[in-house]
Write a protein that binds this ligand. Sequence first.
Ligand code: GDP
Length: 317
Amino acid sequence: MAFLTHFPLAPIHHHSSSLFTRFILSSKPKTLLILAAISSPQTATSHFSSTSTINPSSSLEILQDIPIAEEAPLQIAKEKLFIPPETEISSEKPPRILRGSNIVLSKYARDAQVISAEFVKSSVETEACPSDGSPEFALVGRSNVGKSSLLNSIVKRKKLALTSKKPGKTQCINHFRINDSWFLVDLPGYGYASAPNELRKDWNKFTKDYFLNRSTLVSVFLLIDASIPAKKIDLEYASWLGQNQVPMTIIFTKCDKRKKKKNGGKHPEENVQDFQDLISEYFEAVPPWIMTSSVTNQGRDEILLHMSQLRNYWLKH
Ligand code: GDP
């Protein structure tokens, strides 16, 4: 397959000190025993202040309550972890990893709870998006991947994402303001089996322009359905993001679903592993990934913590 070539991950996307520019790991393979629970639906207690300013000296105290791994130990090799910049790990100082993910926590993790969420606007082009300079995260995925459900789960509202499902809005860039300080962005789903070719080409151009030109985009959150085997279109999408050095986090959805013969007979955990193996062929270092379920809320707090550390780092640099 033509797209299965090696792309450097380390995207330097608009910001010279992007969170992704400095996490290339030592090439020496070194396996640390890292505890990461892979399938424990949980509601973690996180007590974060609502301020978005950072005081690194207080970070250790705050990080005591985060949902780090403690069950179902699994070994993740050091080179398969996402290690944020300014975060050191060693055998003396083992990393703190978010549950059901490969993400190491940094001192920038903070401010995890959603206090307010409001729909701001639907835009038909990048230039028309809100221009107040707040950092944003864009959710994208194949239609039916569970994007609206995840968006609602993140903001703890049943119907917020309905706004972007209204006829006429599904092909728009939909901005939601969170805690008056950052945006969640709902992008058009891709891979509609029934969409006419014309329309498919349109969304392609439209979202790609957004990815390449939106300077406040901190990371794309690419949603992948973990209840079925990887689809070619998902691999192509991940590959395109990598090739264009667009920072990406993979969100595996529907991790509560048990294996079914018609879906390839694999557990979500196996599909997650398979997807990583497939993309490892075209990424030099693994991107951050998190397992989620909108049914059990698995991964919800982890997504928010990951977003907070990306966002706070971005704001500082
Ligand atoms: P979208 O098209 O990507 O916005 O997907 P939706 O959020 O509308 O979800 C598509 C279908 O998948 C719906 O039937 C949802 O109930 C179901 N779904 C979404 N998320 C999950 C999940 O985490 N677990 C399970 N079991 N089903 C889900």
